[in-house]
Design a protein around this ligand. Structure first.
Ligand SMILES: [Zn+2]
Length: 185
């Protein structure tokens, strides 16, 4: 049986603040990390397989991949007694056929996979990763006295003050300037 690893604070922050801090699946504020390929199915316990999500989506998705989860969602069509694979008998009433329903889910899944690629690239960005690692590595793992929520508030404030993630070189220059040193020293 594989054991899950614990994530350090900087890793939590790198994931939770990606996608503008929003849940990958519904757009609410993110609260936790989701294994895109479920851990139970052999998904990697690494940042490359994690995205920011809210607790509700995390609970609903369970051990499914996003395409399987989306396709399995209740389509909430009510055929009201005269449903057929082509829609309602009589047509022209705006009820989708099974083919149209499937194609619309298919479009949604493709859009989601595009979004997942974008967020994965953001989380993998080495400059951005360094930014979090550099500031939060020493805090180690979340604890009762210094948890993810508090670190996140701090990080989000820093990100807005610094208008994004400065490169590590810029950051080094800034710190040296604070100490009255020039980068050449
Ligand atoms: Zn959500």
């Amino acid at each position: 049986m594989r054991r899950r690893r614990r994530f350090m604070i900087w890793e939590w922050l790198a994931v939770l603040t990606a996608n503008k801090g929003e849940c990958m699946y519904c757009g609410d504020r993110s609260q936790t990390m989701d294994h895109v390929i479920p851990f139970a199915d052999g998904g990697a316990d690494e940042l490359t397989n994690l995205v920011p999500v809210c607790h509700d989506c995390n609970r609903r998705k369970t051990d499914k991949t996003p395409p399987v989860w989306f396709i399995g969602m209740d389509q909430t069509v009510r055929w009201a007694g005269n449903g057929t694979p082509q829609g309602r008998s009589g047509r022209g009433d705006g009820i989708m056929s099974l083919r149209e329903m499937y194609l619309s889910v298919h479009e949604e899944v493709l859009g989601l996979l595009d979004d997942l690629d974008t967020v994965a690239a953001e989380i993998a960005d080495p400059k951005r990763r360094e930014w979090f690692k550099d500031r939060y590595r020493l805090y180690g793992y979340p604890s009762a006295s210094y948890g993810v929520a508090r670190a996140r508030r701090q990080a989000e404030q820093r990100i807005s003050e610094e208008r994004g993630y400065p490169s590590v070189d810029e950051e080094l220059a800034r710190r040296m300037k604070q100490r009255g040193l020039s980068p050449a020293d």
